[in-house]
Design a protein around this ligand. Structure first.
Ligand code: GMT
Length: 375
């Protein structure tokens, strides 16, 4: 099949999932056309069956806001007609879902049918999408897409709660390629971060307020008083500077390492003894799943789709939002006993296998086939 894949190219989870999905489909022989405003971060090598189309937005002094949606629509139309796409799969509703519908209309006026699949990822519904500035458009786009998927049951429920949905929303869970997550002690950053055998607690995100980075730092401040440990923070975003300031105020700078953005995390995650994800909201939590696939237990909040992924008391622990003291207590419980940590690690790896790409990819392929056959 020839599939157009519209996505955000950045480090956000939706872009990562879309890129990995496209690359996995390409490996199976489908032709994938990624469409975005810059090269997706995970699309960093040549691959057979993979094509990338960049959206350029010409500027003009009249435009206070650049008309990205118009340029994206035109790009989709051109790619669809030129490449004869069978299907268009857009990731993250804003603005991709409504843009896709307009592109579909334009393509139809040229005599070609372009079925649209929209995957909802989280903040496009729970934070941004439900804002009245976007809601009517998102509602329309959800109801008029040929198929809509959500990355967890929790996100499906949130969508039904916040929007007047008359379309069917199917849950297709996020996935990872578990074969990538292999432990390689020779490359382990532990040698650098923890020369005296300190435990490594890790977090990876785009450092947005929703991730609650201060809770990680405050929990770590408790943990380090009981267990010699280091905190490794990976990623960048608006909350990084305030986080660095908090680390300074608490006087724990020598134990907290900010590594910035790292493209492929599969080599670094296995160096962690524990992963923390204390978010306010999280429709799925791909980073937690990546940690679990690396055999790293997860300390997280009990929000959104996270409890659909990690199992309380088995693969890690779930706490209430903001209860960093409880997170610290749970972290110490796992870290203080090597045998116990090993058991959590095994459980995490086993659970992650439920979300292996080999299980999820055929579900997407069946959906594409079903929607294509409907025309
Ligand atoms: O929250 C992020 O870090 C980025 C955001 C995105 O849209 O790129 O992530 C959302 O989609 C991911 C992939 O489906 C999910 O794993 C994240 O849980 C979800 N984030 C939130 O719901 C806050």
């Amino acid at each position: 099949m020839k599939i157009g894949m519209v996505l955000y190219p950045t480090f956000g989870g939706s872009g990562v999932v879309a890129t990995e999905l496209g690359m996995a489909l390409a490996r199976k022989g489908h032709q994938i056309h990624f469409i975005s405003y810059s090269q997706p971060v995970r699309l960093d090598r040549f691959m057979e069956n993979v094509f990338y189309h960049e959206v350029n937005v010409p500027s003009y002094p009249l435009f206070e806001y650049h008309p990205y949606e118009t340029a994206l629509t035109s790009k989709i139309v051109n790619v669809a007609l030129h490449e004869r796409l069978d299907i268009l799969h857009v990731h993250y509703a804003i603005p991709h879902a409504s843009v896709a519908l307009l592109a579909k209309q334009i393509v139809l006026s040229k005599g070609m049918h372009l079925p649209i699949i929209c995957t909802l990822h989280g903040t496009d519904i729970t934070l941004v999408g439900k804002d009245s500035s976007y809601k009517p458009v998102i509602t329309y786009a959800i109801n008029h897409s040929d198929a809509v998927t959500a990355v967890s049951e929790s996100l499906r429920q949130d969508t039904l709660r916040h929007f007047e949905v008359i379309n069917n929303i199917r849950v297709i869970y996020n996935f990872i390629d578990t074969s990538l997550y292999k432990f390689n002690p020779d490359e382990c950053i532990k040698k650098i971060t923890s020369p005296n055998g300190e435990k490594v607690i890790m977090h990876i995100s785009n450092f947005r307020p929703v991730k609650r980075i201060p809770d990680i730092i405050r929990a770590f401040d408790i943990i380090r008083k009981h267990i010699p440990s280091k905190l490794v923070l990976i990623g960048d975003g608006p909350e990084r500077q305030p986080a660095e300031d908090l680390v300074g105020t608490l006087g724990i700078s020598k134990d907290v390492i900010f590594l910035g953005k790292i493209k492929s995390t599969e080599n670094i995650l296995p160096c962690a003894d524990l992963f923390m994800l204390p978010s306010d909201a999280e429709s799925f939590g791909v980073s937690a799943l990546e940690a679990m696939a690396s055999g790293v237990p997860v300390i997280s909040t009990n929000v959104g789709g996270v409890p659909e992924v990690q199992i309380h008391g088995k693969t890690g622990f779930l706490s209430n939002v903001g209860d960093y003291a409880d997170m610290a207590k749970n972290a110490i419980y796992i870290l203080e006993n090597d045998e116990r940590r090993k058991q959590f690690s095994e459980n995490a790896k086993l659970r992650a296998a439920d979300f292996d790409i080999k299980k999820i990819l055929p579900i997407y392929e069946n959906l594409y086939q079903e929607i294509r056959n409907k025309q």
